[in-house]
Ligand binder design. Sequence first.
Ligand code: UD1
Ligand code: CA
Length: 455
Amino acid sequence: MTTGCIILAGGAGKRMKSERPKVLCEVLKKPMLGWVMDTAEEFGFDETAVITGYRKELTEEFVSKRGGIIYTYFQSEQKGTGDAVKRAGEFIEASEYICVLNGDAPFIDAETLRRSLELHKSTNASVTVITAEIAEPTGYGRIIRGANGEFTAIREQKDCSPEEAQICEVNSGAYWFNSAALLRALPQLTDKNASGEFYLTDCVELIGNARAYKSDNPDIVLGANTRRGLLELNERARLRVIDRLLDEGVSFVSTDGIVIGADVKIGCDTTVLPNTMILGKTVIGKGCTVGANSHIEDCTVGDNVILNNVQAYSSTVEDNVKIGPFAQLRPGTVIRKGVKIGDFVEVKNSDIGENTAISHLTYVGDSDVGRGVNFGCGCVTANYDGVNKFRTEIGANAFIGCNTNLIAPVKVGENATTAAGSTITKEVPPNSLALERSQTRIIENWQKNFQRKRK
Ligand code: UD1
Ligand code: CA
Protein backbone atom coordinates (compact mmCIF):
# COMPACT_ATOMS: atom_id res chain seq x y z
CA MET A 1 0.00 0.00 0.00
CA THR A 2 1.92 3.06 -1.16
CA THR A 3 1.08 6.64 -0.26
CA GLY A 4 1.91 9.72 -2.31
CA CYS A 5 1.47 13.34 -1.29
CA ILE A 6 0.78 16.23 -3.65
CA ILE A 7 1.25 19.70 -2.18
CA LEU A 8 -0.46 22.52 -4.10
CA ALA A 9 1.83 25.52 -4.30
CA GLY A 10 1.21 27.06 -7.71
CA GLY A 11 -1.10 29.94 -6.87
CA ALA A 12 0.03 33.56 -7.06
CA GLY A 13 -2.10 34.62 -4.15
CA LYS A 14 -2.97 37.98 -5.69
CA ARG A 15 -4.66 39.18 -2.53
CA MET A 16 -1.42 38.72 -0.61
CA LYS A 17 0.13 41.46 -2.81
CA SER A 18 3.52 39.79 -2.91
CA GLU A 19 6.22 39.34 -5.52
CA ARG A 20 6.70 35.83 -4.17
CA PRO A 21 4.40 32.81 -4.41
CA LYS A 22 1.85 32.92 -1.61
CA VAL A 23 2.99 29.62 -0.10
CA LEU A 24 6.38 31.22 0.67
CA CYS A 25 4.71 33.80 2.92
CA GLU A 26 5.83 33.04 6.47
CA VAL A 27 4.17 31.96 9.68
CA LEU A 28 6.57 32.34 12.62
CA LYS A 29 9.29 33.07 10.07
CA LYS A 30 8.83 29.73 8.30
CA PRO A 31 7.18 29.68 4.86
CA MET A 32 3.71 28.10 4.92
CA LEU A 33 4.98 25.55 2.39
CA GLY A 34 7.70 24.59 4.90
CA TRP A 35 5.06 23.83 7.54
CA VAL A 36 3.15 21.61 5.13
CA MET A 37 6.32 19.86 3.92
CA ASP A 38 7.36 19.22 7.55
CA THR A 39 3.99 17.56 8.16
CA ALA A 40 4.39 15.46 5.02
CA GLU A 41 7.87 14.44 6.15
CA GLU A 42 6.63 13.53 9.62
CA PHE A 43 3.81 11.44 8.15
CA GLY A 44 6.33 9.57 6.03
CA PHE A 45 4.82 9.40 2.57
CA ASP A 46 6.49 7.06 0.13
CA GLU A 47 6.73 9.93 -2.35
CA THR A 48 6.03 13.66 -2.25
CA ALA A 49 5.41 16.12 -5.07
CA VAL A 50 4.98 19.89 -5.09
CA ILE A 51 2.98 21.67 -7.79
CA THR A 52 4.71 24.91 -8.73
CA GLY A 53 3.32 27.76 -10.82
CA TYR A 54 3.64 31.47 -10.12
CA ARG A 55 7.38 32.32 -9.86
CA LYS A 56 8.20 28.63 -9.89
CA GLU A 57 11.94 29.27 -9.60
CA LEU A 58 11.44 30.58 -6.07
CA THR A 59 9.33 27.61 -5.01
CA GLU A 60 11.79 25.19 -6.61
CA GLU A 61 14.68 26.88 -4.83
CA PHE A 62 12.91 26.51 -1.48
CA VAL A 63 12.07 22.86 -2.16
CA SER A 64 15.58 21.90 -3.28
CA LYS A 65 17.22 23.65 -0.30
CA ARG A 66 15.29 21.38 2.04
CA GLY A 67 16.92 18.31 0.52
CA GLY A 68 15.37 14.86 0.15
CA ILE A 69 13.69 13.62 -3.00
CA ILE A 70 10.74 15.86 -3.79
CA TYR A 71 9.20 15.84 -7.26
CA THR A 72 7.98 19.09 -8.73
CA TYR A 73 5.40 19.59 -11.47
CA PHE A 74 4.84 22.90 -13.16
CA GLN A 75 1.39 24.39 -13.73
CA SER A 76 1.94 27.10 -16.33
CA GLU A 77 -1.42 28.80 -15.85
CA GLN A 78 -3.21 28.92 -12.52
CA LYS A 79 -6.50 27.45 -13.65
CA GLY A 80 -7.54 26.05 -10.29
CA THR A 81 -6.70 23.34 -7.76
CA GLY A 82 -8.12 20.55 -9.98
CA ASP A 83 -5.95 21.64 -12.88
CA ALA A 84 -2.95 21.80 -10.54
CA VAL A 85 -3.39 18.17 -9.42
CA LYS A 86 -3.76 17.10 -13.07
CA ARG A 87 -0.14 18.19 -13.69
CA ALA A 88 1.00 15.27 -11.51
CA GLY A 89 -0.72 12.52 -13.54
CA GLU A 90 2.23 10.13 -13.65
CA PHE A 91 2.92 10.72 -9.97
CA ILE A 92 -0.67 9.81 -9.08
CA GLU A 93 -0.39 6.57 -11.03
CA ALA A 94 2.62 5.48 -9.01
CA SER A 95 0.85 5.33 -5.62
CA GLU A 96 -2.26 3.61 -4.35
CA TYR A 97 -3.40 6.39 -2.02
CA ILE A 98 -2.91 10.03 -2.87
CA CYS A 99 -3.08 12.73 -0.25
CA VAL A 100 -3.53 16.27 -1.57
CA LEU A 101 -2.55 19.15 0.72
CA ASN A 102 -2.93 22.91 0.28
CA GLY A 103 0.43 24.65 0.52
CA ASP A 104 -1.24 27.62 2.19
CA ALA A 105 -2.81 25.76 5.15
CA PRO A 106 0.12 25.37 7.56
CA PHE A 107 -1.57 23.77 10.56
CA ILE A 108 -2.53 20.39 9.13
CA ASP A 109 -0.71 17.75 11.20
CA ALA A 110 0.57 14.21 10.67
CA GLU A 111 -1.70 12.68 13.31
CA THR A 112 -4.80 14.01 11.51
CA LEU A 113 -3.48 12.58 8.24
CA ARG A 114 -2.92 9.20 9.91
CA ARG A 115 -6.38 9.05 11.45
CA SER A 116 -8.13 10.19 8.29
CA LEU A 117 -6.28 7.54 6.26
CA GLU A 118 -7.47 4.92 8.77
CA LEU A 119 -11.06 6.09 8.24
CA HIS A 120 -10.53 6.14 4.49
CA LYS A 121 -9.29 2.54 4.49
CA SER A 122 -11.68 1.13 7.08
CA THR A 123 -14.74 2.50 5.25
CA ASN A 124 -13.45 1.54 1.80
CA ALA A 125 -14.03 5.14 0.70
CA SER A 126 -12.91 6.41 -2.70
CA VAL A 127 -12.24 9.90 -1.39
CA THR A 128 -11.98 11.23 2.18
CA VAL A 129 -11.97 14.95 2.92
CA ILE A 130 -10.59 16.38 6.17
CA THR A 131 -13.05 18.92 7.55
CA ALA A 132 -13.69 20.98 10.68
CA GLU A 133 -16.35 23.31 12.02
CA ILE A 134 -15.24 26.91 12.31
CA ALA A 135 -17.01 30.00 13.58
CA GLU A 136 -16.19 32.15 10.51
CA PRO A 137 -16.57 29.92 7.42
CA THR A 138 -16.52 32.74 4.83
CA GLY A 139 -14.16 31.94 1.97
CA TYR A 140 -13.92 28.20 2.60
CA GLY A 141 -15.59 25.39 0.66
CA ARG A 142 -18.67 24.16 2.56
CA ILE A 143 -19.31 20.50 3.35
CA ILE A 144 -22.68 19.52 1.86
CA ARG A 145 -24.42 16.55 3.46
CA GLY A 146 -27.50 14.59 2.33
CA ALA A 147 -30.70 13.82 4.24
CA ASN A 148 -28.98 11.15 6.37
CA GLY A 149 -25.97 13.29 7.09
CA GLU A 150 -23.89 11.54 4.44
CA PHE A 151 -21.23 13.67 2.82
CA THR A 152 -22.01 14.36 -0.84
CA ALA A 153 -20.20 17.44 -2.11
CA ILE A 154 -18.07 20.51 -1.43
CA ARG A 155 -19.53 23.85 -2.45
CA GLU A 156 -17.15 26.78 -2.94
CA GLN A 157 -18.06 30.10 -1.31
CA LYS A 158 -18.85 31.84 -4.60
CA ASP A 159 -21.19 29.04 -5.68
CA CYS A 160 -23.08 28.68 -2.38
CA SER A 161 -26.79 29.34 -2.02
CA PRO A 162 -27.65 31.55 0.98
CA GLU A 163 -28.59 28.41 2.93
CA GLU A 164 -25.37 26.63 2.04
CA ALA A 165 -23.41 29.70 3.07
CA GLN A 166 -24.74 29.15 6.61
CA ILE A 167 -22.90 25.82 6.90
CA CYS A 168 -19.94 26.02 9.29
CA GLU A 169 -18.31 22.69 8.44
CA VAL A 170 -15.63 23.48 5.86
CA ASN A 171 -13.07 21.80 3.63
CA SER A 172 -9.52 21.94 5.01
CA GLY A 173 -8.03 21.45 1.54
CA ALA A 174 -6.55 18.10 2.68
CA TYR A 175 -7.88 14.92 1.06
CA TRP A 176 -7.21 11.22 0.60
CA PHE A 177 -7.98 9.82 -2.83
CA ASN A 178 -7.83 6.32 -4.21
CA SER A 179 -5.43 6.93 -7.04
CA ALA A 180 -7.53 5.22 -9.74
CA ALA A 181 -10.67 7.14 -8.77
CA LEU A 182 -8.79 10.45 -8.84
CA LEU A 183 -7.32 9.67 -12.27
CA ARG A 184 -10.82 8.94 -13.59
CA ALA A 185 -12.33 12.14 -12.13
CA LEU A 186 -9.69 14.69 -13.11
CA PRO A 187 -10.45 14.72 -16.88
CA GLN A 188 -14.15 15.22 -16.09
CA LEU A 189 -13.63 18.48 -14.19
CA THR A 190 -15.01 21.61 -15.84
CA ASP A 191 -14.59 25.31 -15.18
CA LYS A 192 -18.33 26.01 -15.30
CA ASN A 193 -18.53 27.75 -11.94
CA ALA A 194 -18.47 31.24 -10.45
CA SER A 195 -14.65 31.44 -10.55
CA GLY A 196 -14.13 29.87 -13.99
CA GLU A 197 -11.59 27.49 -12.40
CA PHE A 198 -11.15 23.72 -12.36
CA TYR A 199 -12.00 22.92 -8.74
CA LEU A 200 -10.39 19.86 -7.17
CA THR A 201 -13.35 19.91 -4.78
CA ASP A 202 -15.71 18.85 -7.61
CA CYS A 203 -13.98 15.45 -7.57
CA VAL A 204 -16.00 14.55 -4.48
CA GLU A 205 -19.29 14.53 -6.41
CA LEU A 206 -17.71 13.01 -9.51
CA ILE A 207 -16.13 10.14 -7.59
CA GLY A 208 -18.89 9.55 -5.03
CA ASN A 209 -18.39 7.07 -2.15
CA ALA A 210 -16.97 9.99 -0.16
CA ARG A 211 -16.29 10.32 3.57
CA ALA A 212 -15.59 13.37 5.69
CA TYR A 213 -13.06 13.06 8.49
CA LYS A 214 -14.15 15.80 10.85
CA SER A 215 -11.31 17.03 13.03
CA ASP A 216 -12.09 18.57 16.40
CA ASN A 217 -9.21 20.98 15.97
CA PRO A 218 -10.57 23.92 13.92
CA ASP A 219 -7.04 25.29 13.35
CA ILE A 220 -6.17 22.58 10.81
CA VAL A 221 -8.37 24.18 8.16
CA LEU A 222 -6.99 27.68 8.52
CA GLY A 223 -5.39 29.08 5.42
CA ALA A 224 -4.10 32.53 4.59
CA ASN A 225 -5.19 34.35 1.45
CA THR A 226 -4.37 37.89 2.61
CA ARG A 227 -1.81 39.62 4.83
CA ARG A 228 -4.55 39.98 7.41
CA GLY A 229 -5.12 36.22 7.29
CA LEU A 230 -1.38 35.65 7.56
CA LEU A 231 -1.14 37.86 10.63
CA GLU A 232 -3.96 35.88 12.21
CA LEU A 233 -2.16 32.60 11.54
CA ASN A 234 1.03 34.05 13.02
CA GLU A 235 -0.76 35.12 16.17
CA ARG A 236 -2.42 31.73 16.62
CA ALA A 237 0.82 29.86 16.01
CA ARG A 238 2.67 32.18 18.39
CA LEU A 239 0.24 31.59 21.26
CA ARG A 240 0.18 27.87 20.56
CA VAL A 241 3.98 27.58 20.85
CA ILE A 242 4.00 29.63 24.06
CA ASP A 243 1.23 27.40 25.42
CA ARG A 244 3.25 24.27 24.71
CA LEU A 245 6.34 25.78 26.36
CA LEU A 246 4.34 26.69 29.48
CA ASP A 247 3.41 23.00 29.75
CA GLU A 248 7.08 22.14 29.44
CA GLY A 249 8.14 24.40 32.32
CA VAL A 250 9.25 27.55 30.52
CA SER A 251 8.41 30.90 32.18
CA PHE A 252 7.24 34.18 30.73
CA VAL A 253 6.86 37.37 32.73
CA SER A 254 4.76 38.69 29.87
CA THR A 255 4.30 37.35 26.35
CA ASP A 256 4.58 40.82 24.79
CA GLY A 257 6.66 40.76 21.64
CA ILE A 258 7.73 37.15 22.16
CA VAL A 259 7.86 35.08 18.98
CA ILE A 260 9.18 31.53 19.21
CA GLY A 261 9.39 29.27 16.16
CA ALA A 262 7.44 26.02 16.07
CA ASP A 263 10.60 23.87 15.95
CA VAL A 264 12.36 25.56 18.88
CA LYS A 265 13.06 23.50 22.02
CA ILE A 266 13.53 25.12 25.44
CA GLY A 267 14.35 23.41 28.74
CA CYS A 268 12.51 23.84 32.05
CA ASP A 269 13.14 26.78 34.38
CA THR A 270 14.22 28.96 31.47
CA THR A 271 12.60 32.39 31.35
CA VAL A 272 11.98 34.24 28.11
CA LEU A 273 11.65 38.01 28.56
CA PRO A 274 9.69 40.44 26.33
CA ASN A 275 10.61 41.44 22.78
CA THR A 276 12.49 38.26 22.08
CA MET A 277 12.47 36.14 18.93
CA ILE A 278 13.79 32.58 19.11
CA LEU A 279 13.70 31.00 15.68
CA GLY A 280 14.72 28.18 13.38
CA LYS A 281 16.21 25.02 14.84
CA THR A 282 17.27 26.68 18.10
CA VAL A 283 17.63 24.49 21.19
CA ILE A 284 17.97 26.19 24.59
CA GLY A 285 18.78 24.37 27.83
CA LYS A 286 17.48 24.62 31.38
CA GLY A 287 17.60 27.53 33.80
CA CYS A 288 18.47 30.18 31.20
CA THR A 289 17.26 33.76 30.89
CA VAL A 290 16.74 34.85 27.30
CA GLY A 291 15.90 38.48 26.61
CA ALA A 292 14.76 41.06 26.92
CA ASN A 293 15.15 42.29 23.34
CA SER A 294 16.98 39.31 21.90
CA HIS A 295 17.00 37.53 18.56
CA ILE A 296 18.29 33.94 18.66
CA GLU A 297 18.22 31.97 15.42
CA ASP A 298 19.48 28.42 14.68
CA CYS A 299 21.55 28.31 17.87
CA THR A 300 22.32 25.64 20.44
CA VAL A 301 22.43 27.05 23.95
CA GLY A 302 23.37 25.08 27.10
CA ASP A 303 22.06 25.36 30.67
CA ASN A 304 22.16 28.41 32.97
CA VAL A 305 22.98 30.85 30.20
CA ILE A 306 22.04 34.52 30.29
CA LEU A 307 21.42 36.20 26.93
CA ASN A 308 20.51 39.81 27.62
CA ASN A 309 19.87 41.98 24.55
CA VAL A 310 21.72 39.55 22.31
CA GLN A 311 21.55 38.81 18.60
CA ALA A 312 22.85 35.31 17.85
CA TYR A 313 22.82 33.36 14.59
CA SER A 314 23.94 29.78 13.85
CA SER A 315 26.15 29.60 16.92
CA THR A 316 26.71 27.36 19.94
CA VAL A 317 26.78 28.62 23.52
CA GLU A 318 27.78 26.17 26.26
CA ASP A 319 26.65 26.10 29.91
CA ASN A 320 27.01 28.97 32.42
CA VAL A 321 27.76 31.65 29.86
CA LYS A 322 26.69 35.25 30.30
CA ILE A 323 26.31 37.44 27.20
CA GLY A 324 25.16 41.03 26.86
CA PRO A 325 23.79 43.53 26.97
CA PHE A 326 24.10 44.55 23.30
CA ALA A 327 26.25 41.76 21.90
CA GLN A 328 26.14 39.88 18.64
CA LEU A 329 27.20 36.33 17.78
CA ARG A 330 27.49 35.82 14.05
CA PRO A 331 27.42 32.40 12.34
CA GLY A 332 30.02 29.78 13.16
CA THR A 333 30.74 30.91 16.71
CA VAL A 334 31.29 28.56 19.64
CA ILE A 335 31.26 30.04 23.13
CA ARG A 336 32.63 27.55 25.67
CA LYS A 337 31.57 27.07 29.30
CA GLY A 338 31.75 29.97 31.71
CA VAL A 339 32.59 32.66 29.15
CA LYS A 340 31.55 36.25 29.83
CA ILE A 341 30.79 38.57 26.93
CA GLY A 342 29.81 42.13 27.71
CA ASP A 343 28.39 45.17 25.98
CA PHE A 344 29.10 46.06 22.35
CA VAL A 345 31.03 42.92 21.56
CA GLU A 346 30.75 41.10 18.23
CA VAL A 347 32.08 37.58 17.76
CA LYS A 348 32.13 35.93 14.34
CA ASN A 349 33.16 32.44 13.23
CA SER A 350 35.34 31.96 16.31
CA ASP A 351 35.90 29.49 19.11
CA ILE A 352 36.08 31.16 22.51
CA GLY A 353 37.67 28.94 25.21
CA GLU A 354 36.26 28.25 28.68
CA ASN A 355 36.08 31.10 31.17
CA THR A 356 37.43 33.68 28.74
CA ALA A 357 36.18 37.23 29.28
CA ILE A 358 35.46 39.68 26.46
CA SER A 359 33.85 42.42 28.42
CA HIS A 360 33.49 45.54 26.31
CA LEU A 361 33.63 47.11 22.86
CA THR A 362 35.50 44.32 21.08
CA TYR A 363 35.42 42.51 17.73
CA VAL A 364 36.66 38.93 17.55
CA GLY A 365 36.42 37.38 14.09
CA ASP A 366 37.87 34.17 12.60
CA SER A 367 39.72 33.44 15.83
CA ASP A 368 40.59 30.48 18.02
CA VAL A 369 40.83 31.69 21.58
CA GLY A 370 42.01 29.46 24.42
CA ARG A 371 40.62 29.20 27.92
CA GLY A 372 40.94 31.89 30.57
CA VAL A 373 41.87 34.66 28.14
CA ASN A 374 41.10 38.23 29.17
CA PHE A 375 40.33 40.85 26.53
CA GLY A 376 40.59 44.45 27.63
CA CYS A 377 38.26 47.12 26.32
CA GLY A 378 38.23 47.92 22.60
CA CYS A 379 40.22 45.04 21.10
CA VAL A 380 39.97 44.22 17.40
CA THR A 381 41.04 41.22 15.38
CA ALA A 382 41.81 42.59 11.92
CA ASN A 383 40.90 39.44 10.03
CA TYR A 384 40.33 40.83 6.54
CA ASP A 385 42.86 42.53 4.27
CA GLY A 386 40.26 43.45 1.67
CA VAL A 387 40.81 40.25 -0.31
CA ASN A 388 41.38 37.34 2.07
CA LYS A 389 40.35 36.44 5.59
CA PHE A 390 42.89 35.09 8.08
CA ARG A 391 42.68 33.52 11.53
CA THR A 392 43.96 34.75 14.84
CA GLU A 393 45.11 32.29 17.48
CA ILE A 394 45.27 33.21 21.15
CA GLY A 395 46.66 30.74 23.70
CA ALA A 396 45.19 29.97 27.12
CA ASN A 397 45.37 32.63 29.83
CA ALA A 398 46.72 35.31 27.50
CA PHE A 399 45.98 38.91 28.43
CA ILE A 400 44.98 41.13 25.52
CA GLY A 401 45.48 44.71 26.66
CA CYS A 402 42.95 47.46 25.99
CA ASN A 403 42.81 48.70 22.42
CA THR A 404 44.97 45.93 20.99
CA ASN A 405 44.75 45.33 17.24
CA LEU A 406 45.63 41.79 16.24
CA ILE A 407 46.53 41.78 12.54
CA ALA A 408 45.76 38.26 11.27
CA PRO A 409 47.24 35.85 10.52
CA VAL A 410 48.81 36.16 13.94
CA LYS A 411 49.39 34.08 17.08
CA VAL A 412 49.55 35.11 20.71
CA GLY A 413 51.09 32.39 22.87
CA GLU A 414 49.77 31.02 26.15
CA ASN A 415 50.04 33.34 29.10
CA ALA A 416 51.43 36.15 26.92
CA THR A 417 50.38 39.78 27.33
CA THR A 418 49.86 42.45 24.72
CA ALA A 419 50.33 45.97 26.01
CA ALA A 420 47.41 48.37 25.76
CA GLY A 421 47.25 50.21 22.44
CA SER A 422 49.51 47.77 20.60
CA THR A 423 49.06 46.71 17.01
CA ILE A 424 50.34 43.15 16.91
CA THR A 425 51.64 41.91 13.57
CA LYS A 426 54.15 39.27 14.72
CA GLU A 427 53.80 36.06 16.66
CA VAL A 428 53.95 36.66 20.41
CA PRO A 429 55.76 33.80 22.20
CA PRO A 430 54.21 32.27 25.33
CA ASN A 431 54.72 34.13 28.63
CA SER A 432 56.12 37.25 26.91
CA LEU A 433 54.95 40.84 26.69
CA ALA A 434 54.39 42.35 23.26
CA LEU A 435 54.54 46.10 23.33
CA GLU A 436 54.13 48.09 20.15
CA ARG A 437 53.90 51.80 20.91
CA SER A 438 56.29 54.70 20.50
CA GLN A 439 57.96 56.18 23.58
CA THR A 440 56.10 59.00 25.25
CA ARG A 441 57.81 62.35 24.57
CA ILE A 442 57.25 65.11 27.13
CA ILE A 443 57.67 68.71 25.98
CA GLU A 444 57.86 70.92 29.04
CA ASN A 445 55.92 74.20 29.07
CA TRP A 446 54.44 73.40 25.66
CA GLN A 447 51.05 74.90 26.54
CA LYS A 448 52.48 78.24 27.61
CA ASN A 449 54.58 78.58 24.42
CA PHE A 450 51.62 77.55 22.30
CA GLN A 451 49.34 80.21 23.82
CA ARG A 452 52.01 82.89 23.34
CA LYS A 453 52.38 82.08 19.62
CA ARG A 454 48.65 82.38 19.13
CA LYS A 455 48.54 85.99 20.35
C1 UD1 B 1 -9.43 25.89 -1.36
C2 UD1 B 1 -10.60 24.94 -1.55
C3 UD1 B 1 -11.63 25.21 -0.46
C4 UD1 B 1 -11.00 25.04 0.90
C5 UD1 B 1 -9.77 25.93 1.03
C6 UD1 B 1 -9.03 25.60 2.33
C7 UD1 B 1 -10.74 24.58 -3.98
C8 UD1 B 1 -11.49 24.86 -5.21
N1 UD1 B 1 -11.19 25.17 -2.87
O1 UD1 B 1 -9.91 27.21 -1.53
O2 UD1 B 1 -12.71 24.32 -0.60
O3 UD1 B 1 -11.92 25.33 1.93
O4 UD1 B 1 -8.86 25.70 -0.05
O5 UD1 B 1 -7.96 26.46 2.51
O6 UD1 B 1 -9.82 23.80 -4.01
N2 UD1 B 1 -3.19 26.45 -6.30
C9 UD1 B 1 -2.44 25.98 -7.36
N3 UD1 B 1 -2.88 26.22 -8.62
C10 UD1 B 1 -4.04 26.89 -8.87
C11 UD1 B 1 -4.78 27.36 -7.79
C12 UD1 B 1 -4.34 27.12 -6.51
O7 UD1 B 1 -1.40 25.35 -7.18
O8 UD1 B 1 -4.37 27.05 -10.06
C13 UD1 B 1 -2.72 26.19 -4.92
C14 UD1 B 1 -2.47 27.46 -4.14
O9 UD1 B 1 -1.13 27.87 -4.23
C15 UD1 B 1 -2.85 27.06 -2.71
C16 UD1 B 1 -3.84 25.93 -2.87
O10 UD1 B 1 -3.72 25.50 -4.22
O11 UD1 B 1 -1.72 26.59 -1.99
C17 UD1 B 1 -5.27 26.37 -2.60
O12 UD1 B 1 -5.62 27.38 -3.51
P1 UD1 B 1 -6.48 28.66 -3.12
O13 UD1 B 1 -6.71 29.43 -4.34
O14 UD1 B 1 -5.90 29.34 -1.96
O15 UD1 B 1 -7.86 27.94 -2.69
P2 UD1 B 1 -8.95 28.50 -1.72
O16 UD1 B 1 -9.76 29.51 -2.43
O17 UD1 B 1 -8.37 28.88 -0.43
CA1 CA C 1 -6.35 29.30 0.27
